[in-house]
Each structure stands twice: as C-alpha cells, then as structure tokens.
Design a protein. Structure first.
Ligand SMILES: [Zn+2]
Length: 246
C-alpha cells in the first residue's frame, strides 16, 4: 500500500521548471493523474492476460476494467484510493451530456455501464468505508447490495494471477520508454512511478515495453504482437477537457 506521489506537481509549484505542468491546477493534475493510473491498470489487464495466458470468460475489456478497480483498491491507502477511484469513474464517461448514441456493437461496454461496474467493484472491496463515496457517485442500492459479492469473485479470479506474479523473483519485466513532446513530462512521471511500483511487486512471464508517446489520438493500447503497452500523450488534453466539463 502506498500514497500517491505528488512529485510532478511539486516540481511545478516549488521549482517552477515544468512549463506544461505549471498550466495545470492541483485539481486538474489530480484528475489527470487518477485517470492515467486507472487507464494504465486497465492496459496492464490486457498485458497480463497476454503474458500469463489468463483464460477470459466474457469480454476481455470488462476483465481489464475489473483489474483496474482492484489494483486501485490494492495499491493505495484508503484516502488516495478513494480519490483516484472517484476521478477515474468520471474518466469512463466520454460524453457527459449523454447526447452521443451508444455504440452497442463496441467491444467495450457502454460508458455508463463501465462507470457503474468500476464503482461497484471498488465499493464492494470495503463497503463500510466507502458508502458515502458510492452515494456521491450515484450507485443505486439495488446494485450496491451485490457489490461485495462481485468484488469477492473478481478478487479471487485476478488474485490467483497476481499472487503467482508476486511469488516470482523480482526481475523488472516492465520496461519503461519515456516519451517527448507536449505533456509527455506529465505522463512520463505518472507512468514511470506505476512501472516502478509494479516491478517492485510483480514479475511477468515475458517482458512488456511501456511507452509514452504521441499517437494522434487520446488513447492507450496494448499490442500483443511485440508486447508493447502504449500510453498516448494526447490523453492528457482529453482528460483536461473532461475535467472542465465536471
Ligand atoms: Zn481495453
């Protein structure tokens, strides 16, 4: 368990030497950081499914979302975990106006459903401490009743895989390749911290490259061919845009 790192923000406020960061308020930075952690853990879900040959019954995208919520719960101390889970929940809603047509054919579930699944797993992990959070996020009682059981099931399924990776000798199987360009400094710092933390706790069966780079779209993806996890720098502006709308 750890607390959130504020290294990047401190750099902007204390030294004044991070130009892209200095334009971000603390609230904006928190929103961006929480969402990039949530997205990174989701992509790690795809990476682990590939390297550990995890059998998936159902949608792989759902399994990756579940891992993301579980890792937020497992990695951070309560206050930080709640703040990340709260901000990362809103990261699922790409169209807060609700005007965009739902793409039911998509391999990701509808945004609102991903939002509630995320809130449910995170709430179900510690219902006594997180009732207020679940209420703030609008989790209905009808669903909330099931969340502790949903968490248990998720935790057992992913727990077996995570335990296996934790037992192996430490080997730095995530290899970080920092990026350059607009907002790369922000994303480099956030992702580097997560890579270091993952390597300290887990060893994959095969190494995976984690790259921060511009990709022409606000996205992140895992390519099984070559085992490359890419976090796109365009995501930062997308998150700042979303943050403005909330
Ligand atoms: Zn995915």
């Amino acid at each position: 368990m750890r607390t959130l790192s504020f290294g990047a923000f401190a750099c902007a406020t204390l030294l004044g030497s991070c130009p892209a960061l200095s334009e971000m308020s603390e609230q904006q930075y928190d929103f961006v950081q929480a969402n990039m952690i949530g997205v990174f853990y989701h992509e790690m879900g795809h990476a682990i499914i590939d390297t550990e040959e995890v059998p998936i019954f159902g949608q792989e995208e759902d399994a990756a979302d579940v891992l993301s919520a579980l890792l937020i719960h497992e990695t951070f101390l309560e206050e930080d975990a709640q703040s990340i889970a709260f901000d990362a929940a809103y990261g699922y809603i790409n169209d807060p106006s609700g005007m965009e047509a739902v793409a039911y054919w998509d391999n990701h579930g509808p945004d609102e459903q991903r939002f509630y699944n995320h809130v449910c797993i995170f709430f179900g992990a510690a219902p006594d401490k997180r009732r207020a959070l679940a209420e703030d996020l609008g989790l209905p009682e009808e669903r909330a009743d099931w969340c502790p059981a949903e968490y248990e099931q998720a935790s057992e399924a992913w727990g077996t895989v995570l335990d296996e990776m934790a037992k192996r000798p430490q080997k730095d199987t995530l290899v970080f390749i920092p990026g350059t360009g607009w907002h790369a400094d922000v994303l480099n710092e956030i992702v580097a911290t997560e890579v270091e933390d993952f390597n300290a706790n887990f060893t994959l069966s095969h190494p995976v490259q984690v790259r921060v780079e511009p990709c022409g779209q606000a996205n992140a993806f895992y390519q099984a061919d070559g085992r490359i996890l890419t976090m796109c720098t365009e995501f930062i502006d997308h998150m700042l845009e979303l943050e403005k709308r909330y």
